[in-house]
Design a protein around this ligand. Structure first.
Ligand code: NAD
Ligand code: MG
Length: 396
């Protein structure tokens, strides 16, 4: 007989989002293994209350402090014991506190950095979906996690694939034995289009991803290929691999989630249907494998696997991300902040699709690169890039 696994107490930050929904789906399949103790959202207070009814956490947090009373009253009306909290300081305190040992970091954007850092400093297991925090403060976050003994398990299909492939060798050797990382990309909804054909695309077209169902910001990032650029930076920090050994391969079927080539000529790939519940189950159960509610891959049904080089002329964001990573220091923070502002303006119909890379390029070429060794320095660079980009949008 095997001993029952220890109950993991899980905080889901970004619970009302796409990753949040997939997380709670996997968690609910294993009530003997996982207890969702903290659920947090940005502004969607009614959706958060509905999740509390279904999952009965100890704590619920709404980041927008103006919504505190609505959360508290809603939980009371629902007859729940869940404690209501509001504001980012409450998020940080719960991330670090005793009521969770695992934090699913699934807030979108730089807004997720503070709670992710708090979880890292407290030595938690972090299931990291919030890639923007690694782009903004990769060295700081990885260093903080290492110092505190926090375990970071990537929740990005590509990085989970790489993580799984790398575990096939002695992990204490760090990057040793690895020749290349091949990061796959679906190519997004506009794969195959020329730059001129991208001029008039709409937000609705950009968020209609052919393979993955995701939140609006990452969907637009996938359409511009900025998502892949952010992921190259993410892989560099997570796996301590220099940029020169990371390559991007467009694979429209999204079944091979990434590959690792070793020095002996062996290449390992991880495959599966495009469903983030698999990735979340890997993180939640690791090193054990647990049911995710996802069926296996029928390769006869799927038929073929195609691979092609990315088109950096039509999709300059990928090259901009490489440029930022090469520049080092605060450049990636600038890239990320300018991109967040540009994507938000695009989603509001205020700028065109091709203006997104133009604004990111503008921020990178205007703002100086500074050392990225303090959180304050990184946040200042983030703020400068946001201000610059907002001003540029106003002037359009
Ligand atoms: P989403 O837009 O569906 O959800 C975002 C969540 O963050 C919501 O719950 C929202 O309430 C919360 N939020 C927003 N601003 C907040 C704030 N200031 N404070 C606290 N909470 C806030 O996004 P998503 O698709 O679930 O993506 C979440 C993160 O996971 C992103 O960083 C994305 O890049 C990453 N990711 C997502 C997928 C995917 O398949 N959806 C895959 C890989 C990585
Ligand atoms: Mg990804």
């Amino acid at each position: 007989m095997h001993a029952a696994p220890a109950l993991r107490r899980v905080a889901v930050f970004g619970a009302t989002g796409s990753i949040g929904a997939s997380s709670l789906d996997v968690i609910a399949r294993h009530p003997d293994r996982f207890q969702p103790t903290v659920l947090a959202a940005g502004t969607q207070v009614d959706a958060l209350i509905a999740l509390c009814r279904a999952h009965r956490p100890l704590h619920a947090v709404i980041a927008d402090e103006a919504l505190y009373a609505r959360l508290r009253d809603g939980l009371r009306e629902a007859g729940l014991d869940t404690a209501a909290h509001a504001g980012s300081a409450a998020l940080d305190a719960l991330a670090a506190g005793d009521d969770c040992d695992t934090v699913i970091a699934a807030i979108v954007g730089a807004a997720g950095l503070s709670s992710t850092l708090a979880a890292a400093a407290a030595g938690k297991r972090i299931l990291l979906a919030n890639k923007e925090s690694l782009v903004l403060a990769g060295e700081l976050l990885m260093h903080t996690a290492q110092q505190a003994g926090a375990e970071i398990i990537p929740i990005d299909s590509e990085h989970s694939a790489i993580f799984q492939c790398l575990r096939s060798r002695d992990a204490s050797l760090e990057g040793a034995g690895v020749r290349r990382i091949l990061l796959t990309a679906s190519g997004g909804p506009f794969r195959g289009r020329s730059r001129a054909e991208l001029e008039q695309v709409t937000p609705a077209q950009a968020v209609a991803h052919p393979k993955w169902s995701m939140g609006p910001k990452i969907s637009v990032d996938s359409a511009t290929l900025m998502n892949k650029g952010l992921e190259v930076i993410e892989a560099h920090h997570l796996f301590n691999v220099p940029a020169a050994r990371i390559e991007v391969l467009v694979h429209p079927q999204s079944l091979v989630h990434s590959l690792v080539e070793f020095i002996d000529g062996s290449t390992l790939a991880q495959m599966g249907l495009p469903d983030m519940r698999t990735t979340l189950a890997v993180g939640l159960g690791w090193p054990q494998r647990i049911d995710a509610g996802v069926s296996g891959l029928d390769l006869l049904l799927q038929g073929r696997l195609d691979f092609e080089a990315p088109d950096t002329d039509a999709f300059p964001c990928l090259a901009l991300a490489w440029q930022a990573m090469q520049a080092g220091g605060t450049a990636a923070a600038v890239l990320n902040a300018a991109n967040e502002e540009a994507v938000s303006a695009f989603l509001q119909g205020r700028i065109g699709f091709l203006t997104i890379p133009a604004l990111v390029d503008n921020a990178l070429s205007t703002l100086p690169v500074e050392p990225a060794d303090t959180l304050d320095g990184l946040l200042a660079a983030d703020q400068r890039a946001r201000l610059l980009t907002r001003t540029a949008i106003e002037a359009l």
